[in-house]
Design a binder for this molecule. Structure first.
Ligand code: EPU
Length: 336
């Protein structure tokens, strides 16, 4: 048995049968795929809520290669590279476009799985290909951007390819003709910034709003921002005119889960060792030796409170792993 405390940033006490660290891709051929497994990078979006009866496959291959065309840089990064180090490398080398995604915890290989996004940019905007090992065929396979079926915090790797595909590298295309993306409100004050200045500002905003997992164990945004019908959003806006809302389509509006949780009076709320962050209500913190039942109770409590007050169901964005694999705490469907 191996302790997973150091292998997921929420740091709940949990064990797995074994852990295999993959540094060379040929090691993937030696894994016994009949044993239940979980693929892990740095564990910043995965929480082990029980002892996992199987092997952890930790992807730790390294390497970055750069090619260029007249108009763009084509960069292939190994899945095991740390995401923020990769972003910093690109900006230092004068390859811009990822700076809004600075300081997101985790690895390059995890980025496409949940289509990481922040401050007006989603990683799908710059990914051209995702390469990996297909466990079913035992062969190398390359997916185009379109084949990845990217959506908000979602991709084919969470659905049809779940448990079947191991991302080994990601290819990005960054245009040489660069323009800062200042669409996110708090970045708009920047005047003709350099990419480095955008990155510095993103780092400053994140550091002020999001607790550092090294100091306060957490998994970033715990819930997805819910996408609701236009009708529900309009009736909520009549009652709460200052509620943040974002256009998705004529029929759908995205709401801010952090705002809903704060308005449900849950900032700073504690169950056992789990606490709703005072800085950002969308982040749950392991503030005091939390155990799995504290976290599961907190998820349900938040889902119930938000449903009761706003009629909105929250879905957790973080992947939860129990004894036999991934599990979900379903949002209650009615608040009685
Ligand atoms: N808000 C509150 N109270 C809170 C938190 C937020 O009122 O406690 C309000 C804010 O004032 C703002 C709105 O809610 O009007 C949205 O908040 P914010 O801009 O902080 O972003 P978010 O929607 O809470 C999303 C991503 C973050 C990403 C930020 C910035 C998701 C699930 N989360 O958070 O991503 O960094 O936007 O773009 O989409 C992550 O996925 O782990 C993550 C941190």
């Amino acid at each position: 048995m191996i302790s997973l405390l150091q292998h997921h940033t929420f740091a709940l006490p949990a064990f797995a049968t074994s852990l295999i660290r993959i540094e060379q891709l040929n090691e993937l051929n030696q894994v016994d795929w009949h044993i239940p497994f979980i693929i892990l990078g740095e564990g910043s979006n995965t929480v082990f809520v029980d002892d996992f009866q199987g092997q952890i496959i930790q992807i730790a291959n390294k390497g970055i290669s750069v090619n260029e065309t007249d108009a763009s840089y084509i960069i292939e990064a190994s899945a095991g590279e740390n995401w923020h180090s990769f972003v910093s490398f690109c900006v230092k080398q004068g390859m811009y476009g990822l700076e809004n995604l600075a300081l997101i915890p985790g690895t390059v290989g995890a980025a496409p799985v949940q289509n990481i996004g922040a401050y007006g940019v989603e990683v799908k905007d710059v990914i051209t290909k995702v390469s990996g090992f297909n466990i079913v065929t035992g062969e190398h396979q390359v997916l185009t951007n379109e084949e990845c079926e990217f959506a908000y915090r979602d991709s084919i790797f969470k659905h049809a390819l779940l448990g079947k595909f191991i991302i080994t590298s990601v290819e990005f295309e960054l245009q040489k003709e660069w323009q800062a993306n200042l669409s996110y409100g708090p970045l708009q004050f920047l005047q003709a910034p350099t990419a480095q200045q955008v990155m510095d500002e993103v780092i400053a905003i994140r550091s002020s709003k999001l607790p550092d997992p090294k100091l306060q164990p957490n998994s970033g945004s715990f819930f997805k921002n819910p996408i609701v019908s236009n009708g529900l959003a309009q009736s909520l806006l009549e009652k709460y005119p200052s509620m943040p809302s974002y256009f998705v389509s004529d029929k759908q509006i995205k709401l801010a889960a952090g705002w809903l949780i704060e308005q449900a009076n849950l900032k700073g709320y504690k169950i056992g060792g789990v606490e709703v962050s005072e800085k950002q209500a969308l982040v749950l913190i392991n503030s005091d030796g939390a155990v799995n039942k504290d976290l599961l109770a907190m998820i349900t409590h938040i889902q119930k409170a938000v449903l009761a007050k706003f009629g909105v169901a929250l879905e957790h964005e973080v992947r939860l792993i129990a004894k036999s694999g991934e599990t979900k705490v379903e949002a209650p469907t009615c608040h009685k």
